[in-house]
Design a protein around this ligand. Structure first.
Ligand code: 9UX
Length: 72
């Protein structure tokens, strides 16, 4: 069963940043898809909670060099 996570990502200033964040998320086990919107500074991740946690997804974004918090 998949779930969706919305993240606010701070620090992206160009399209390459978007690609970095999307790649960082998509390479995590359990991520089905991740898309990042530069204008709204939001990422939407569809993932399998049995395989990866929101904390791990946020950590992956931070490891890529961006600040992140969960959105409602
Ligand atoms: Mo664009 Mo983002 O040159 O860290 S890749 S600013």
């Amino acid at each position: 069963v998949s779930a969706e996570l919305d993240l606010s990502v701070q620090g992206m200033t160009c399209a390459n940043c978007v690609g970095r964040v999307e790649r960082a998320l998509n390479k995590q086990d359990g991520v089905l898809s991740a898309s990042v919107n530069l204008a709204t500074e939001r990422a939407t991740v569809t993932y399998l909670p049995a395989q990866v946690s929101p904390g791990q997804l946020k950590a992956a974004v931070r490891a890529a060099g961006y600040d992140v918090r969960e959105d409602q």
